[in-house]
Design a protein around this ligand. Structure first.
Ligand code: C2O
Ligand code: CU
Length: 497
């Protein structure tokens, strides 16, 4: 069987739309968008519980594993620099096993990082994670983080089941920018899933893959590439609902786009040719707004955009994903086509918002001239134990530190994709400056702080950060969760000088 997303790659795939699964209907945009409830306290408690979630418009609700009963979980909203404790209580069935919660994008101690094999949350127990929302002496910038499960080998399954939620950090200083706020500031989490006829989620992980550990390495026991796209879905959901609509006034809106799909990438577009004005990444504002007709986001990537609905009264604007760019070229591998949601634009209304021509972007480190570490992302090899995804030829070994940057130092890392498909590479611990993309200055939307980069085959991206505040183990990995679970992850330890 050849994969439709990765021609040339073989694997055992779950054939979508096969018997017993729900075929996606043409989106009718008949259910309203759900904006998850917001929690704001400095001490937050979120039980992890099974719940039945209204995802598809008809038929029974979908049983899922959730943070506090909904998918996405509640949106946590905190001021920059506001020390935050979130206690997660594991009330999921025992067979779910231990969990680990990672706040993606944030800077915090290793014990609070949602490690894949240590500091776990065992069934029936609870664990408090502390997020100071500071970088050294400075509060973090206004950000759009998200929290999700990070248990080794099970991250794809646990995210598929629903363990995902959003986390917005507000910088009080940004208020004077007069960006759209309140109901006009909407976090949108895009994620795909497949369903059985009874609206239960399919279980792409039940039938395989046949993975094994040997010498601390993970290997696929079949032939050829590991079955990497188990966790792609037939239905693309927005805030956990299939093809929702949302009523908006003909004013400016701020949309915070997050791709929380386990594997799939999207190239976002608006139906009337209206551009997005990108003002930020997930980790703060850009220096200047950038007008973009389409925006590619791979798993875990975010974009903070303004959409101006002025002049659209009475029209419907559809947010969709197209796998090709304006010139008709394919956008990475695995980028999917789908209609996602509809904005029903109502009347004009007073709009106090503005679109500033310059923005307060977080300060960037000065990048050292020398590269201190190169990370190669590849299909690792095919030994007698099987095949595995790898970084620098090795699959994930939680017991091994692949690199030891010193606390206080600034390092420049080179990320190279030597495989034949696109990967989305995420680095924990710090927020990173993109120094070079394929030898050139990165595009304007990549000139602020990042934590996840798209790497097409052959791409080389150089990034830099200062290791501040915390020593100990952190992870670098592909955020396509099947790749992460199948070995494309490595540990680095920040050490004292
Ligand atoms: Cu969003 Cu290491 O994860
Ligand atoms: Cu990958």
């Amino acid at each position: 069987y050849f994969c439709k997303f990765h021609p040339g790659m073989r694997g055992t795939l779950v054939v979508t739309g096969s018997e017993g699964e729900v075929e996606p209907q043409r989106p009718a945009f008949e259910q309203p968008l759900v904006v998850p409830r917001v929690v704001r306290g400095r001490d937050i408690r979120l039980p992890m519980t099974p719940a039945r979630v209204r995802v598809l418009p008809d038929g029974p609700r979908t049983p899922m594993w959730t943070y506090a009963g909904s998918w996405p979980g509640p949106t946590i909203r905190r001021p920059a620099g506001g020390d935050t404790r979130v206690t997660f209580a594991h009330r999921l069935p025992r067979r779910a096993g231990s969990m680990s919660v990672h706040l993606h994008g944030s800077h915090h101690a290793p014990k609070d990082d949602g490690q894949p094999t240590t500091h776990l949350l065992r069934p029936g127990t609870e664990r408090t994670y502390r997020y100071p929302l500071m970088f050294g002496d400075d509060p973090v910038a206004g950000s759009f983080f998200w929290y999700h499960d990070h248990r080794m080998d099970k991250t794809a399954r646990n995210n598929w089941r629903g363990l995902q939620g959003m986390f917005v950090v507000d910088d009080p200083a940004d208020a004077e920018l007069r960006l759209p706020t309140g109901a006009r500031d909407i976090p949108l989490m895009i994620s795909d899933r497949s369903f059985r006829r009874d609206n239960r989620l399919t279980d792409p992980f039940a039938r395989g893959p046949r993975m094994t550990h040997h010498h601390g390495q993970m290997a696929w026991l079949g032939r050829g590439a590991p079955p990497d796209d188990h966790s792609t879905g037939t239905h693309v959901l927005v805030n956990g609902r299939y093809a929702p609509y949302h009523r908006v006034s003909a004013t400016r809106h701020r949309l915070r786009l997050l791709n929380s799909s386990p594997f799939t990438a999207y190239n976002f577009e608006l139906s009337d040719g209206r551009p997005f004005v990108q003002i930020g990444t997930g980790n703060g504002l850009l220096k200047k707004p950038v007008v973009r007709d389409t925006i590619v986001l791979g798993p875990a990537q975010r974009a903070d955009v303004i959409v101006d609905f002025h002049g659209e009264s009475g029209n419907n604007v559809v947010l969709s994903s197209v796998p090709r760019d304006d010139e008709g070229a394919a956008v990475g591998t695995g980028t999917r086509e789908a209609a996602l949601m509809e904005f029903r634009v109502g009347r004009r209304a007073p709009d106090p918002s503005r679109l500033p021509s310059t923005l307060p972007s977080p300060r960037l480190v000065r990048a050292p001239a020398r590269v201190s570490k190169t990370w190669r992302f590849d299909l690792g090899g095919n030994d007698r134990h099987g095949t595995f995804w790898s970084i620098n030829g090795r699959s994930f070994d939680p017991g091994r530190a692949a690199h030891r940057p010193r606390l206080g130092s600034v390092e420049r890392w080179r990320l190279r994709n030597t495989s034949d498909m696109t990967h989305y590479v995420h680095i924990h611990a710090e927020q990173w400056r993109t120094v070079l993309r394929n030898g050139r200055r990165p595009p304007p939307w990549e000139r602020a702080l990042e934590d996840t980069w798209r790497l097409d085959p052959g791409d080389v991206v150089e990034v830099a950060a200062r290791f501040k505040d915390y020593t100990g183990p952190f992870m670098i990995h592909c955020h396509m969760l099947d790749h992460e679970d199948h070995g494309m992850m490595a540990r680095f330890d920040v050490v004292r000088r």
